[in-house]
Design a protein around this ligand. Structure first.
Ligand code: PBG
Ligand code: ZN
Length: 324
């Protein structure tokens, strides 16, 4: 029935009505905090283009992880900044690597906190690519064994879940087989399935010094112009054994989150990436918008689009507000 019988403003007139009809409710349980692990003790290096984020030594990672638990956030995801880099990214799968050390320390101290590890080589290779390089190209098949080795070393250190972000073909199957062979058949894989070649990763790459030294990532990460292809990536990762499907970045790809949500029956994660965080922080610092409100609106939009969980540098800040 049309106006004046129907008036949609009736259910917007106060917070009680608005709460009753609210379709999307963000909670701390939806969030995963990314953390950057670096060697040493008592290290807390601010990341310039990501205000409020730091490179943390394992002791400080545990301190932050304790806050994560207190705020009711179920998980963190770890990235590593190794002491040295080489052609094959050996720091990624070193038994005493920085991620391996940090995982073990967190699990010893906070056994109920889920620790997810990012599985990739770009933070550990001297050329900055996500795989091993042959001439000017990234060698897909030669990379698979190293990714599998990395995932197994994370699981051995105590990781609850591994998250391959390299975008090599066949990596989910390679990791699944390696985990199963090593006795980790219950360790899930969160696959960065639809991962786009995005300029929104800029602040992250300066945080871990992982920008490619030659070329770019367009031969393995997805073209931002494509949407059907995301469904092919997702379908293959599921066939290969992925347990959770990720779309990355989030904000410029809300249509992809929605399409993936409507296509698959697995949990969907979205990565609210470094550049999305930096934009809000920068505008807030300039006084050009209300960063706190824009943060909540953004995270709600990502959930409304279809994400079951959100990897976000805002996790601590958002959970503090959501807990009242
Ligand atoms: C590593 C990786 C990247 C991000 C997560 N894992 C960078 C990249 O692919 O270049 C980006 C995260 C962010 O921007 O917050 N492959
Ligand atoms: Zn990478």
């Amino acid at each position: 029935m049309p106006f004046p019988y129907q008036r949609l403003r009736r259910l917007r007139q106060n917070e009680g009505f608005r709460r009753l009809v609210r379709e999307t409710v963000l909670t701390p349980s939806d969030l995963i905090l990314p953390l950057f692990a670096i060697g040493g003790t008592n290290v807390k290096n601010p990341i310039e283009s990501m205000p409020g984020q730091y490179q943390l030594s394992p002791d400080n990672i545990v301190k932050t992880a304790r806050q994560v638990v207190e705020l009711g956030i179920p998980a963190v995801i770890l990235f590593g900044i190794p002491d040295g880099k080489d052609a094959t990214g050996s720091g990624a799968y070193a038994t005493d690597g920085i991620v391996q050390q940090s995982v073990t320390l967190i699990k010893e101290t906070l056994p109920d906190l889920l620790v997810i590890t990012d599985v990739c080589l770009c933070e550990y290779t001297d050329h900055g690519h996500c795989g091993v390089v042959a001439g000017q190209t990234v060698d897909n098949d030669a990379t698979l064994a190293l990714l599998a080795k990395t995932a197994v070393s994370h699981a051995r250190a105590g990781a609850d879940m591994v998250a391959p972000s390299d975008m090599m073909d066949g990596r989910v199957a390679a990791i699944r087989n390696a985990l199963d062979d090593d006795g980790f058949k219950h360790t899930p894989i969160m696959a960065y399935a639809a991962k786009y070649c995005s300029s929104y990763y800029g602040p992250f790459r300066s945080a871990v010094d992982s920008a490619p030294k030659f070329g770019d990532r367009r031969t393995y990460q997805m073209d931002p112009a494509n949407s059907d292809e995301a469904l092919r990536e997702v379908a293959l990762d599921i066939e290969e054994g992925a347990d959770i499907i990720m779309v990355k970045p989030a904000l410029a790809f809300l249509d992809i989150i929605r399409r993936v949500r409507e296509t698959v029956d697995l949990p969907v994660a979205a990565y609210n990436v470094s550049g999305e965080y930096a934009m809000i922080k920068a505008a807030d610092q300039l006084g050009w918008l209300d960063g706190r409100q824009v943060m909540l609106e953004t995270l709600t939009a990502i959930k409304r689009a279809g994400a079951d969980m959100i990897l976000t540098y805002f996790a601590l800040e958002a959970a503090t507000i959501l807990n009242g």
